[in-house]
Design a protein around this ligand. Structure first.
Ligand code: ZN
Ligand code: ZN
Length: 372
C-alpha cells in the first residue's frame, strides 16, 4: 500500500488490525441465529425433508440384504458375489453419508473479512483503516453490499432469505439436507452426495434386475418372496438413479461451464455485471434494474445469458476451481467425501470474452431504451 494514501492518524500495524477485525467480525463459533432479523426461524418441520432423505437411503436396506442373502448366497450359492455386492453397495453408502455429513456440519461459506487480511501483505506492515474496512469495492452497488446483513458481499456471494445470511458462492438453498444453503465450502460434497446416491441406486437396480431375470427363467429354484423384493428394489433404484442422476448431470454441466445454479436460472443477475452505462440519453439506472426493462430489453438480456458464461475459464480450470487438489491426501479426501472448493471463495477470474459480450449488451440496452 502506498504511504501517500495512508493517514497518520488512522494507521495500524497488521497485528493490531487483525485483532481488532477478529474481535469485530470473526466468530469461531458463529451463532445459529441468522444475521437478517426478518429471516424465518428454523423449526423442527424444516428437518422433515432431511429425515425423508435418510429414510429413502436406509429404508430399502433390509430388502437389499434379504436379496443378497437369499438369492446370491442360498440360491446361487456364490459367497464371493455376495461379498462383492456388499462391498460395493456399502462403500457407496458410506461415501454418500460422509458427504451428507459434510454438507450438514460445515458452514457453506461465511463472508468474513479475515481471509483478505491474511497474506495480503506481510506481518507488521501498516494497513490503512479505510483500505482495510473498505477494500476496492463500490459498496453503493447492491452486488457488493448486503443491506440485510449490513456487510460487504464478495463476488458471487448471495443473501439467502431462508437462512437469513450471506453465503459465499451460493449455489442454492437445499431443503433436503437440513434446510441449508449449498455454497463454496460444501458444493463439492453436495455433488459427491448426488453422484454417490446415483451410483448406489443404479448398482442396486442393476443387481436386482439381473436377479429378477434369473427368477423368471428359473421359477422353481427361487422362493416366492424374493422376486417381490427384487422387483421393488429394481424400480426404486431406477427411479432414484434417473432423478438424482439428472441432478448430478446438471451440476456436472454447471461446473464444466463455471456457473452456480442461481447464476444459471437467473438471467437478470447479468445486469449487475454490466460495465458503466453512458450517463445521459437513457432512463436506466446504473446498473439497470430488472423492472425498468421493456420486453425487448428483457429478451436480449435472456439471449445474452444463454451465451455469456461470466466465469468460464476453460474446462480443466473450471473443474480445478471446484474440485482442485494439490496432494494425494487431498485427492483421497475428495473421493471420500467431496470436501470444500479450494480458495477463499471471494475472488474469481472472469472470462475475457464475457466482458466483451457484456459491453455489447450494455450498448444494446441503451440503444433500445433510446428507441422507446
Ligand atoms: Zn446478507
Ligand atoms: Zn439458505
Amino acid at each position: 500500500m502506498s504511504s501517500a494514501r495512508r493517514s497518520p492518524l488512522l494507521s495500524f500495524t497488521r497485528s493490531e488490525l487483525r485483532s481488532a477485525v477478529e474481535s469485530i467480525t470473526f466468530n469461531p463459533n458463529p451463532s445459529p441465529l441468522p444475521n437478517d432479523p426478518d429471516a424465518p426461524r428454523k423449526r423442527w418441520y424444516h428437518y422433515l425433508p432431511l429425515c425423508g432423505t435418510l429414510f429413502m437411503i436406509l429404508g430399502p436396506q433390509p430388502s437389499w440384504l434379504y436379496v443378497l442373502v437369499d438369492f446370491h448366497l442360498r440360491t446361487l450359492n456364490k459367497p464371493h458375489l455376495t461379498v462383492i455386492h456388499i462391498a460395493v453397495s456399502y462403500t457407496l453408502t458410506f461415501m454418500a453419508f460422509s458427504s451428507l455429513i459434510v454438507c450438514l456440519a460445515r458452514d457453506p461459506g461465511p463472508p468474513n473479512a479475515l481471509s483478505r487480511l491474511e497474506g495480503a501483505t506481510s506481518e507488521g506492515e501498516d494497513v490503512d483503516m479505510r483500505e482495510a474496512l473498505m477494500p476496492n469495492n463500490d459498496f453503493s452497488s447492491p452486488s457488493k453490499w448486503c443491506r440485510k446483513c449490513w456487510a460487504p458481499k464478495p463476488e458471487r456471494t448471495h443473501h439467502c432469505s431462508l437462512c437469513g445470511r450471506c453465503v459465499l458462492k451460493m449455489d442454492h438453498h437445499c431443503p433436503w439436507i437440513g434446510a441449508k444453503c449449498i455454497g463454496h465450502r460444501t458444493y463439492p460434497a453436495f455433488l459427491h452426495f448426488l453422484v454417490s446416491v446415483s451410483l448406489l441406486s443404479a448398482y442396486v437396480s442393476g443387481v436386482c434386475g439381473h436377479a429378477l431375470w434369473y427368477s423368471f427363467n428359473h421359477p422353481f429354484v427361487v422362493n416366492e418372496v424374493t422376486p417381490i423384493h427384487e422387483l421393488v428394489l429394481m424400480f426404486y433404484g431406477a427411479v432414484f438413479a434417473l432423478i438424482v442422476g439428472s441432478f448430478a448431470c446438471y451440476h456436472i454441466y454447471l461446473i464444466s461451464t463455471n456457473q452456480t445454479t442461481l447464476e444459471n436460472i437467473s438471467p437478470f443477475l447479468l445486469l449487475r455485471h454490466l460495465p458503466p452505462l453512458p450517463s445521459t440519453g437513457h432512463s436506466l439506472s446504473d446498473p439497470p434494474l430488472e423492472p425498468e426493462l421493456a420486453f425487448s430489453q428483457r429478451r436480449i438480456v435472456k439471449d445474452a445469458h444463454a451465451n455469456v458464461f461470466l466465469y468460464n475459464i476453460g474446462f480443466r480450470k473450471n473443474w480445478a476451481q471446484a474440485f482442485g487438489y494439490t496432494t494425494k491426501s487431498q485427492l483421497l479426501f475428495r473421493l471420500w467425501c467431496g470436501g470444500a472448493s479450494p480458495g477463499d471463495g471471494k475472488i474469481f477470474p472472469r472470462n475475457p470474452r464475457a466482458e466483451v459480450m457484456l459491453s455489447r449488451l450494455a450498448r444494446e440496452l441503451v440503444e433500445l431504451d433510446d428507441d422507446r
